[in-house]
Design a protein around this ligand. Structure first.
Ligand SMILES: Nc1nc2c(c(=O)[nH]1)N[C@H]1C(S)=C(S)[C@@H](COP(=O)(O)OP(=O)(O)OC[C@H]3O[C@@H](n4cnc5c(N)ncnc54)[C@H](O)[C@@H]3O)O[C@H]1N2
Ligand code: MOO
Length: 448
């Protein structure tokens, strides 16, 4: 738990501005003048602005951290288990596609010019090689069936008429029509998709068609969540100063959507020894702590990192909410992301630090930045980036009102988070949007 800053230092003022905005802002206030003078540097508390990393740089550091250390080796998994992962090797066709000359339509295979004598035995999909046709002969054929040798063309059912055992064409027959030749889509050995492709349902279908039973993928990085705070309840109504843990239920599926395998969610209270043990014993690639990042009497994250000699890569970020977030390298191939306890601040840290780190570890491609013109002006922080929950109305982002650091009401209704630069943004100004995994109809993402 962190006592509220009581003094008049910059952080306390900023917090006030942030929360006041969230509470009173019905229609957003016009943005403040970009480049407005910054408040004086803070004197107490942690993190302070002198150390805090600019928001974009923090994301770049997290992405680089993923590339820096030893990564887990690619694994071979059954097709269905590969959904949502990334190909670690190119997908190379194991067969020609189609693997034999195939009828594209239900009708007749015909040889030479008509009319044709119709063979008694038709050709169905899934059957062995039919006998070759002789000139002047036709046979019934189903879509997907093997075309017999010496076939001139396929005549669609609706384009032919049989009379006294002979087939007559109702229109001209072009040689090769409605035949899918072997290898039309690919030849065995052709590269269908490069390494680094995200495995989508369509990729699973293609892989199966091309002969795969398993895929070689980058494994999900293992994540462990350590929920800190003595004040947290796991069920029932808040009472006696205790509140419900909002992050334990929220983070696992969100982390999975970001590519992680969540191996444990552990509730440690405000116990420095328990935190130390949990961090030193963990086999996770990424540890995520919630709470305890600031300067309160029971904020144990910094002291624990100091005690184990972890390297702080990011110690505070110039972003609201969530500025006390941190990223540390515990050892080669193991990192810790400190999410602030305020729930929307934790979301901000999740998307600022955990997302690029996990993306890199899961070898996922970076999404194309998505920007849309804001439908309303958004108030800025004087010197920090703001991440503001928005809904998309007619394609344009509209800021949501309940966006205070301790609130989830805005983000729960949101389609995305808008990145608002220091000083704010005008109506019509393009704002970068960060995807939320459930907003599939909006700007992409899913819970695979
Ligand atoms: N002196 C200073 N005080 C604070 C600063 C600062 O810079 N100097 N920063 C403020 C900001 S901004 C944030 S954000 C918070 C971050 O605090 P912590 O990461 O140390 O988190 P806690 O103090 O443990 O909790 C903060 C708040 O969030 C509630 N909380 C914690 N965990 C959960 C959870 N799992 N589910 C729901 N709510 C949770 C907790 O009860 C507190 O109300 O620090 C400010 N203070
Ligand atoms: O303002 Mo803090 O950054 O509540 O997240």
């Amino acid at each position: 738990m962190t006592p509220r800053a009581a003094g008049t230092g910059t952080d306390a003022d900023d917090l006030y501005v942030e929360e006041a905005l969230a509470l009173v802002q019905d229609a957003p206030v016009p943005p403040s003048v970009p480049g407005a003078p910054a408040s004086p540097a803070p004197t107490g508390g942690r993190p302070d602005r002198r150390r805090a990393t600019p928001w974009r740089e923090a994301r770049a550091i997290a992405a680089r951290a993923a590339r820096g250390g030893t990564r887990r080796a690619p694994v071979s998994v059954p097709l269905q288990a590969a959904l949502g992962l990334t190909l670690a090797a190119p997908l190379t066709a194991l067969t020609d596609l189609p693997s034999f000359d195939t009828s594209a339509m239900d009708g007749w295979v015909v040889a030479g010019p008509g009319p044709w004598a119709v063979r008694d035995k038709g050709v169905l999909a899934g059957h062995a090689t039919p006998a070759p046709l002789t000139d002047g002969e036709a046979a019934r054929i189903a879509t997907g069936a093997r075309v017999p040798a010496d076939t001139t063309a396929v005549l669609r059912t609706e384009h032919g008429r049989t009379e006294a055992g002979r087939l007559h064409a109702l229109r001209d027959v072009v040689p090769g029509q409605d035949i899918r030749p072997r290898g039309q889509e690919c030849r065995s050995g052709d590269q269908l998709l490069p390494a680094g492709t995200a495995v989508t349902p369509a990729v699973l279908g293609l892989a199966a068609a091309a002969g795969y039973d398993t895929l070689t993928v980058a494994p999900r990085p293992r994540a462990e969540i350590l929920v800190l705070g003595d004040e947290l309840l796991t069920e029932g109504l808040p009472h006696g100063g205790l509140i419900r843990d909002a992050l334990g239920p929220m983070l696992p599926s969100w982390l999975r959507a970001l590519g992680a395998e969540v191996i444990a969610v552990r509730r440690l209270g405000d116990d420095a020894e328990a935190l130390h043990r949990a961090v030193t014993d963990s086999g996770a690639d990424v540890l995520l702590t919630t709470g305890g990042t600031a300067a309160g009497p029971v904020d144990h994250v910094h002291p624990t990192l100091g005690r184990i000699g972890a390297e702080l890569l990011v110690d505070g970020v110039q972003v609201r909410p969530g500025h006390p977030m941190l990223l540390a390298r515990i050892q080669d191939g193991q990192h810790l992301v400190g999410l602030p306890g305020n729930p929307l601040a934790a979301v901000s840290a999740l998307l600022t630090l955990a997302e690029p780190l996990l993306r890199g570890l899961a070898a996922r491609p970076a999404p194309e930045p998505s920007g849309r013109p804001l439908r309303e002006a958004v108030q800025g922080h004087p010197h920090d980036t703001r991440l503001v929950p928005v809904v998309l109305r007619g394609g344009g982002p509209v800021p949501l009102r309940y966006n205070g650091p301790a609130m989830l009401r805005g983000i729960a209704a949101a389609d995305a988070l808008a990145v608002v630069p220091p000083g704010g943004a005008r109506a019509g100004q393009e704002a970068e949007l960060l995807a939320l995994p459930w907003a599939t109809g909006a700007i992409g993402g899913c819970f695979t």
